[in-house]
Design a protein around this ligand. Structure first.
Ligand code: ADP
Length: 397
């Protein structure tokens, strides 16, 4: 079975082709386009390239296309990417303006370009469907809640990958298996012995998720992906009353406030230097106080969320770092874990320096809490779930 995973931004289209055969899964091709104006045209080009390179014999050889959709109004999970999905994406286009319109358009275009392939959407919110209600509700009037204003959580494919892979690395095949089957069979009963993981996805956008035996119990991102930790350009959490205050006192309207909070906030907003932590660190090293403050605020936020989940879960077995910053930046990992020896987390400074871009343990051998670096693989999660969705519907049909 061949599954194409498409990963879209407002003007970018990236793809990866996977093959699943008799228990073997492999990535066989990938590519992408930037500054896309016409999604229909690049989708045609992508399919043509896969045929020319011999990865697809013909269009009939493509069994499915999986989409890492962000969030939909009244819809989550791993589902057929049909009109219902398009309507759900469009219903929340204002909440994820960089992604929802692009995914809706790409689904339409694939339907036209590859009519024989099944189209499957895996919502980023899926991983949070079993989160306790108390972790997802905002203290808003009921009418706001009914309009869909609640904590959905994002980076679901990434945190799911971390939940499964960390369980494998920590020798808990029971939990890994639970995570693997979760979207099809539901989470079932928790194992007798818990596995408590704090997953830190730190990249261009960042989130921290508490994972108890494979199931998310809370996450830092909320109603929109602009929330939680300070992001590259996006604000992160902000007192709701600050927006009407800014509108009144800065002479801007709500859409300008929205633009500024999405484009001029986050690490870029605090540092005034860049949205990339490498540049911010270079400036901080050179004595720039705002750059140093941006790094401190980022670390403060990660510690605050990680500490909250440790308390919620009654302890922690492992903290995991992933995504661009988590995988490559030992300084941030060290700062996040600093002073935690009393709680049972001790880094191995040498291992922390060494592990960059690959998988590894960075805690000391005698540290009761493990610290791991695990490169995330969101596309593999989308491909696996798409494959399972097809297998399941074959069995059901
Ligand atoms: P996105 O969320 O856009 O996919 P990434 O996960 O690639 O972004 O994360 C981008 C961030 O990761 C940047 O702030 C950058 O500083 C950091 N980063 C990425 N690669 C490296 C690297 N090799 N070394 C240090 N930092 C890196």
């Amino acid at each position: 079975m061949k599954v194409l995973v498409s990963n879209l931004g407002s003007t970018s289209f990236k793809y990866r082709l996977f093959r699943f055969d008799d228990g073997v899964e492999e990535s066989i091709a990938d590519g992408g386009y930037e500054r896309v104006i016409d999604f229909g045209a690049v989708i045609e080009q992508c399919l043509e390239a896969l045929r020319e390179q011999g990865h697809l014999q013909s269009l009939e050889d493509l069994d499915a296309v999986g989409f890492k959709t962000v969030l939909g109004k009244d819809l989550s999970g791993c589902v057929e990417a049909d009109d219902r999905v398009i309507a759900a994406l469009e219903g929340f286009r204002d909440v994820a303006p960089a992604h929802n319109p692009a995914y809706a358009e790409a689904i339409r275009q694939f339907r036209r370009a590859a009519p024989g392939a099944r189209l499957v959407a895996l919502f980023e919110t899926s991983f949070y469907r079993w989160m306790p209600e108390a972790a997802g509700i905002y203290a808003v009037p009921r009418s706001w809640h009914d309009a869909g204003i609640r904590r959905y959580g994002f980076h679901g494919a990434s945190h799911k990958y971390i939940a499964e892979r960390s369980a494998e690395l920590l020798d808990r095949p029971d939990v890994a298996d639970r995570v693997r089957r979760m979207y099809v069979d539901g989470p079932g009963n928790p194992p007798e012995k818990p596995l408590r993981v704090v997953s830190c996805h730190l990249g261009g956008s960042s989130s921290v998720t508490g994972i108890a035996s494979g199931v998310a119990i809370g996450t830092s991102m909320g109603f929109s992906p602009q929330s939680g930790l300070p992001q590259n350009n996006r604000v992160g959490d902000l007192d709701a009353m600050a927006v009407p205050f800014a509108v009144k006192h800065l002479g801007i309207d709500v859409s300008e406030a929205e633009r500024q909070l999405s484009k001029e906030g986050g690490l870029a907003g605090i540092s005034g230097v860049s949205n990339d932590l490498r540049d911010i660190k270079a400036a901080a090293t050179g004595g720039d106080a705002r750059a140093a403050l941006a790094i401190d605020a980022f670390v403060h936020g990660i510690r605050q969320w990680a500490g909250g989940f440790l308390w919620q879960m009654g302890g922690c077995d492992a903290v995991v770092f992933t995504a661009g910053i988590g995988e490559n930046n030992p300084d941030i990992r060290e700062a996040v874990c600093r002073g935690m020896e009393g709680v049972g987390l001790r880094l191995d400074p040498h291992a922390n320096e060494e592990v960059r871009g690959g998988e590894g343990t960075i805690s000391a051998a005698d540290s009761p809490i493990s610290a791991l670096v695990i490169p995330t693989n969101e596309e593999l999660v989308v491909a696996r779930e798409t494959h399972r969705f097809l297998e399941q519907s074959r069995i059901a049909g």
